[in-house]
Design a protein around this ligand. Structure first.
Ligand code: COA
Length: 334
């Protein structure tokens, strides 16, 4: 058995910055409400006419990750792509990455686990590497939310939160099993599927039904019971981080860097307080990007690394919670 190690990180966000004041011109909202409830100051939204999509942003982030990893494209054995906003209903974005980057005809899978998608993707890649089946895996998280949001006052409870962006990393075989990904922990609770959902188009509710419905059909916009999700998020984040620490015989103060999914700054601050972590032990960038769902953990991890906040030997904890509900953590010895 081997371990897997992250050897290259990259991110890409669209240039177009949308501030809270910009949103208040589209809907009844304001900077004070958004900052107080979520911590978000601005987010990136793909501009009309841009070539960017989830797959294209993912490819741009991947180019950087591959370059920084020092491996060649020919050395990539497999692609794992996490997104809830794929370019097509099918096929998934993973195969687009294979084509866009000109990779060998390696396997590609998409992970559909929303906000915890990247942690799930890391776990999937880790299993392939652990068993020796693959040596180098490209793991991508990307979301193009802005084209699917209700940009009127009706949608303000959801729309102000989400941003577009992508991140990627190369996970590679590590012979020393005291290094790299030490463990991953994944959970789900499907009874709450409809608390955070985009219902359509789906095979149960396809385009003709949407167009024919008497009233305006809103099932293709995200719906979230925000307060309900918030309450579950703080509990599950804490549980799954503790689960990871216990599995590895670690204590709270062994955490050098916690990268929480960027759902809401208030959630991250609650977790920080609960675990008694200092400001230098938790990384947040939701202020700049909003919630980029499957891209959020990998964008944050990349920025933390770029800013020199992660050093060799550090205990890095990734944790996420979101629609499904699904949640998970990864404990990494950097
Ligand atoms: N601007 C101004 N007012 C807004 C608004 C906006 N963008 N969105 C909602 N409001 C209003 C509501 O209409 C409501 O008004 P009312 O009291 O007159 O009915 C009021 O603000 C409070 O709304 P509520 O939804 O109860 O706010 P909240 O304190 O729960 O905060 C969230 C909303 C979404 C920020 C918060 O619930 C949250 O972060 N939830 C968790 C999100 C999450 O973790 N997701 C996980 C993965 S994506």
């Amino acid at each position: 058995m081997y371990n897997s190690k992250i050897i290259g990180l990259g991110k890409y966000v669209p240039e177009n910055v949308v501030t809270n004041d910009d949103l208040s011109k589209m809907m009844d909202t304001n900077d004070a409400w958004i900052q107080e409830r979520t911590g978000i100051q601005e987010r990136r939204w793909i501009e009309n006419g841009s070539e960017d999509t989830s797959a294209i942003m993912g490819a741009k982030a991947s180019e950087i990750a591959i370059e920084r990893s020092g491996i060649n494209k020919e050395d990539i054995d497999f692609i794992v792509f996490a997104t809830m906003t794929p370019d097509y209903y099918f096929p998934g974005c993973g195969v687009q990455i294979q084509e866009l980057l000109g990779l060998n005809n390696v396997g590609a899978i998409d992970i559909r686990n929303q906000c915890s998608g990247f942690v799930y993707a890391v776990s999937v890649a880790d299993q392939f590497i652990k068993t020796g089946m693959y040596k180098n895996i490209l793991v991508v998280g990307a979301e193009y939310h802005s084209n699917g949001l209700d940009k009127t006052t009706r949608g303000r409870g959801v729309t102000v939160i989400f941003g577009d962006g992508a991140g990627a990393c190369i996970m590679s075989r590590e012979e020393d099993t005291t290094k790299g990904v030490l463990s991953t922990h994944l959970h789900s609770e499907g009874k709450y599927a409809e608390k955070l959902i985009v219902e359509s188009p789906s095979i149960r509710h396809w385009v003709p039904q949407i167009l024919e419905s008497e009233e305006e059909d809103l099932s293709y916009f995200p719906y979230m019971d925000g307060t309900f999700v918030f309450k579950h998020a703080v509990v599950r984040f804490s549980e799954v981080i503790m689960e990871g620490l216990m599995k590895n015989g670690m204590q709270k103060d062994d955490i050098d860097m916690l990268i929480p999914h960027q759902a809401n700054l208030r959630i991250a601050q609650f977790i920080q307080k609960k675990f008694g972590l200092g400001d230098d032990q938790v990384f947040n960038n939701i202020m700049k990007y909003g919630n980029t769902t499957a891209a959020s953990v990998i964008i944050a991890l990349t920025e933390a690394w770029e800013e020199g906040k992660i050093k060799e030997g550090d205990n890095v904890v990734l944790a996420a919670f979101g629609s499904g509900f699904t949640w998970g953590s990864a404990i990494i010895k950097w």
